[in-house]
Design a protein around this ligand. Sequence first.
Ligand code: CLR
Length: 395
Amino acid sequence: MSSNKASKSQLSAFTSFMTGLASSGGDIASVTAPPFILAPISLVEYTQYWAQSQQLFLDAADDGISGEERILRVLRWFISTLRGQYCSRNESMGTEKKPLNPFLGELFTGKWSVGEGEDFSVLAAEQVSHHPPISAFGIFNDNKGVTAEGYFGFKTSISATTIGVKQFGHTLLHLKNQDVSYLVTLPALHIEGIIYASPYVELEGHSFIQSSDGYKIDLSYSGKGYFSGKKNTFKAKVMKDGAVINTVKGQWSGKSSLYKGDGKEKGDQGVPFFDSMATDQQKLTVKPIEAQDPLETQRAWAPVREAIKEGDYDKIHTEKSKIEQAQRDLRAEEKEKGESWQRKWFTEAISSKEDPTTDAVYRGLLEQLGEEGLFVRDSNWRFSRDGYNSGNVHA
Ligand code: CLR
């Protein structure tokens, strides 16, 4: 099947999947899905979408630019990540699909070459929780002094015509040479196209970016049939000291423009801000599967991924069961020994004010963000550079 039009049998298989989902109370991992809605990609791999445009990821770290210019560059980078995050399965496979549910300790690592030789960025991602699924990641470029670290998890709610998804977690961008940080929160979304069995993601509600040098961005999202009538619409209000200094409007998967102030000034036509289709995306380089660690996602799931590509339902089931059984055995073994699984590249910091392990930067930004940021969970998965260097599977 190459188009995104579903056949009759797919429609009915999809409908019964949705019915199963509804009666499970939205526990997506527990419902068996027909092969054609399975993606041969694990959720831990979705972390790479944060830096597919290396140029925009590193752009805010230039010297000699104002705080105002910098926050706009951070915004451009953030907008540039959305098409990968939310449209790439549709673009490569025709529809949104159900990703592989990563096992605890599943790893994903690789690098992007930026310039010659030592000029590259590294991604280290790990599944830090299985139930609920939480993936954490660190992306760093030592040459430019840029680090992004974060984690994500989600909660779903099901109705007959849509799946609602609320994300928890955040991304923290740190620019070492400028000594500024940006806390980025994650938008809510829902799945459209369910009744045609051709699901796709639409973003909704608000997300925020709070900088340590006093800027704040309030992003709002809407889709087809709302005020603009276009899919993937967003509006970003860039604020300083409570005043809106710039507004960016457009489609995050397409074009957007920058306006002065609140964007309502008469005659302000805006200037082009970002064009997703005209932006280069660099592919992350990962080791060939044979050279990967057994915990690395592409190696661990290789037989399942193959079975999904072949559409072989029995093989998918057999191979998946092997992984699940091995995980159950591991947990049983740990329980017997009174041990618990050691995360390789991340540590959990509980962000209560009394806790000395609290990350001050994260906590400070969260406080500036105020009430709106509170859905960002209390615990915080922090990337441990030392852990990565010593246990580096990406030589
Ligand atoms: C994961 C974190 C990424 C952004 C993102 C994009 C799409 C989301 C995904 C997250 C979580 C899993 C998700 C997916 C869309 C569909 C899929 C909610 C939040 C569910 C599990 C599958 C539903 C099955 C239908 C497609 C039939 O940064």
